[in-house]
Design a protein. Sequence first.
Length: 204
Amino acid sequence: METISLSPWALFESAGAVGRAVMVSLALASVWSWVLIAESIYALGRIRRAFNASSAQDVLLAPVFEAGRTASNRRLPGETTGELRLRLVEAMMSAARGLLVRAEGRLPDLAVIASVAPFVGLFGTVWGIMVSFAGIASARDTSLAVVAPGIAEALAATAWGLAAAIPASIGYTRIGTAFSNVASEIADRVEAHAVDLVEQGGRS
C-alpha cells in the first residue's frame, strides 16, 4: 500500500495551488518572525550593554542625558527645585521614549504574525477539507486513498500556521516584557540623573 510522506517538502509537492500558496506565505511569515526576534534581541542587547557601561557618555544613551543637561541649563524664573527635577525627568524621558520606539522597531509585526498566521493556516485547513470532499464527489468513492491527500494538505496547513504563530507569539510576549523592564530601568536611571543635575546646579 502506498504511503504518504509527512516531510514538509513532500506535503508541499502534493498540495494544490491554493495549499502551496498558503504554505509559502506561512513559511515566509515564520522566517520573517525569526528575523524580527533576532533584531529585537540585538536591540535589547545594545541597551543592556549601554547600561552596564554606566556612563552618560555612552553613544546609545547620550541623547537621553544630553536632553537633561540642555533642560538643566535653561532655568525658568521662580522655578523650585522640585519643579526643576520634574522638568528634567520629563525632558529625558521624552528622549528615552524615542530611543525605545526605535529599538522596538517592527516588534508589533510579531503580534500581527501571531494573530494572523493561525487564521491563514485555518483557511488552508478548510480548503484541504473541501478538496477532500470534492475528490469524494468526483470519484464516488469514500476510501482513504481518495480522502487522504486532501486531509494531509489540510493538516499540513494547520501545522505551518502553528509553526509561524507560536514563535511569533512567544517572541512578542517575552521581548515586549523585556522592553518594559528596560523602560523601568531607564526611568530609574533618569530619575537618579535628574537628582544629580539638580544638585550640581545648586552647587554652581
